[in-house]
Each structure stands twice: as C-alpha cells, then as structure tokens.
Design a protein around this ligand. Structure first.
Ligand code: KG4
Ligand code: ZN
Length: 338
C-alpha cells in the first residue's frame, strides 16, 4: 500500500529545510541546511543572501532527503511548501520549487502557513487529528495564543502588539554583543545566573486579555545596561540574562495557563523557536503538572524552523480530505494564521 508520502520545503527565513512525512503524519526524513554562519556577521538575516543560498542549497538538500528516506522522487504523492509569512524572496524559492516538482510529478501541491506548521509541531508523531487545545506560538517573528479547534480551525486569542518574544531575546542579545541569534546565547548564560538579581517589567501580565508586549522590556534592558558598570563581569552578565529571561518566561507561562483556564480545555501546547528555551519548558511543565493539564512540547529539532512541521501540516490537511492548493496561489510575506 502507498505510504501517501508528502515532500515539504520550508524556506521562509534563513533555514533551507526539506522533509518527507508519511500519510499518518510520521516523519520519514527531515533535513536542514542552516545559514546562521552566513548571516551572523551582520547580526541578523540579510534577505538577498538568504534567498540566493536557498537557491543553491535546495536541490542537494532534496536529494539528501530522498536518499536518507530511501525513496525515489517518483514515490512522492504530494508536495508542500511554506507560502508565508516570511521573507518574500526566500518564500518564493521554496514555493516555486515545490510547485515545479508537483507539476512534474502530476501530484497535488499544498500551500502551508508557517505559523500553522509551528502550531501543529508538538503533535508530530501523534496522528493527524490533534485534540482541541490552547497553543502558545512563540518564535522570532510571532508570539500568539491560539485556540485550536481542529486542523484548519484556529482562533487567534491574542498576539504581540510590538516585538515577538524571540525578537526581544535577539535584540537584547545584540545589546550584549552576543552572537546571533541571541536567544540561545542568553539562555546559556542564564543557566548559572540569579533570576531575581534585576527587576525587569512583566508587561501586560495582568492586562486581562491575551495580548503581549515586549518592546518595553527591551527598552528597560537598554537603560539597565547603561547603569551597569562596563565591561560586565561573567557573574553580572549571567544574572542580567537570567533576570531578563525570567521576565519573558513569567509573562508567557502566566498568560498561557490563563487562556487554558478561560477556554476550559485540558490540553496546552507551546511551539516555535523560543519553545527550545529550557527555563520556559521547565516552568510550563511544572505549572501544567500542578493544574493537571496535558502540555505538549515539540522535539527541539521541531521547535526552530524546519520542514518536518510543514510536511506534517500537509499530511494533516490531506488526512482531513483537502485536495490541495491552486498552483496559481501566491506567497504572502504577511500571511495571517486566521
Ligand atoms: O521558529 P524560529 O526558528 O523562527 C521564526 O519563525 O521566527 O525561531 C527563532 C527564534 C529566535 O528569536 C531565537 O533567538 C529563538 O527562537 N530561540 C530561543 C532559543 N532557541 C531559539 N530563544 C530563547 N531560548 C532558546 N533556547
Ligand atoms: Zn518559525
């Protein structure tokens, strides 16, 4: 029997990624060619460099995925790509390549929303029909709370009014002259720091809604840095990082579980690059346990940008009976989840 294999391409930002999912949503292979070293000297992603390198890396990466999965291109039953949100020139490379393969094979094409990929990622390996839950999607580009009613049925409860949580990590990382992206670096330094050493604001923690704001936190980090004697000792640096991280984690954990309570569900999920954060995982798992909530977290390799989550999203949509997307569909750098 055919395994209903979906080949997916993700090129929304600076990771070139290719994966193949089986019809049941399990992942046959997931490959990533990271461009971090390329963009690091610039302190952020350079769009033209990103798209040119997607173009160079994509064909060998597809070949690597097929080899690793032990399959031939002709065995692919459907092709998917991230069509937004993201960098326009980067999205175009993956979207166009996926459509070309779909046309060549005479197979359907699935246009997938990058945020939907993150949203579904904690359920990879758990079938194609995730349960109703409240999800926190927290990455470099997004911070949002979503009420998940079923595949394709998403209600955005709230999102950030300014910076995303990952963006706040990265901007403060830049202020601290850490390598890009700052999030994992701050998390590493925070491991040995005192989270109570400095008092950072918990913006909108009691706002009574599901919105977030992290730009004030970033500004307070800048002011505090101007007051601290430079160069900072390793201890001061670690305390600063631990305190800053705790402020973000406090807000995320508090607002997630408030939304879970309000929506009256027993399942919660966290996804996106920031869901790699060890302190966020530890605090949210502890809170879930105390409230008897079933908290789902993605594997670390499925937290940051990857194509397994895009292949999985396409497998879920196929399993739900969706026939595919129009080949004339456009990419959309500002695509919304719902
Ligand atoms: O999901 P992702 O790969 O890309 C977007 O869709 O934005 O997320 C990248 C973000 C970056 O801001 C990065 O600093 C953050 O995830 N990140 C972390 C950690 N690992 C990645 N932030 C805090 N702690 C981490 N361990
Ligand atoms: Zn992402």
């Amino acid at each position: 029997m055919s395994e209903r294999l979906v080949l997916a391409i993700e090129t929304s930002c600076d990771e070139t990624a290719v994966a193949v999912a089986r019809g049941d949503g399990s992942i046959l292979t997931s490959q990533i060619a990271s461009q971090i070293d390329l963009h690091s000297p610039y302190g952020g992603v350079v769009p033209e460099l990103a798209s040119r390198n997607h173009n160079l890396d994509l064909k060998p990466l597809i070949e690597k995925a097929l080899k690793d999965g032990g399959i031939r291109l002709g065995e692919i039953d459907a092709v998917a790509a991230t069509s937004g949100p993201g960098l326009a020139s980067s999205l175009l490379v993956g979207d166009t390549t996926a459509k070309a393969i779909a046309v060549g094979l005479g197979r359907p094409f699935y246009s997938i929303n990058h945020i939907e990929g993150h949203l579904l990622s904690p359920f990879i390996g758990a079938g194609t029909d995730p349960p109703a839950h409240v999800a926190l999607v927290v990455s470099g580009g997004h911070t949002m709370l979503v009420s998940f009613h079923g595949v394709g049925n998403y209600e955005v409860l709230g999102s950030t009014k300014d910076d995303a949580a990952g963006e706040a990590f990265d901007k403060v990382g830049k202020m601290l002259e850490l390598s890009y992206p700052g999030g994992p670096e701050i998390a590493r330094l925070a491991e040995v720091g005192d989270a109570g050493a400095y008092d950072f604001p918990r913006s909108m923690i009691d706002s009574g809604d599901h919105e977030f704001s992290f730009s004030g936190l970033k500004t307070s980090a800048l002011y505090l840095l101007q007051k601290i004697q430079q160069p900072m000792s390793q201890t001061v640096m670690s305390d600063f990082c631990a305190s800053f991280q705790e402020a973000i984690v406090d807000v995320l954990v508090t607002k997630l579980f408030r939304a879970v309570e309000e929506e009256g569900v027993r399942v919660a999920a966290i996804s996106g690059g920031v869901s790699c954060n060890a302190r966020l995982r530890e605090r949210s798992l502890a809170q879930a346990e105390s409230l008897s909530i079933d908290l789902r977290l993605p594997e670390p390799s499925h937290s940051t940008d990857n194509a397994a989550m895009i292949a999985y999203a396409a497998a879920c949509r196929r399993a739900g009976g969706e026939a595919g997307s129009d080949l004339n569909s456009d990419i959309d750098p500002n695509l919304n989840l719902a």
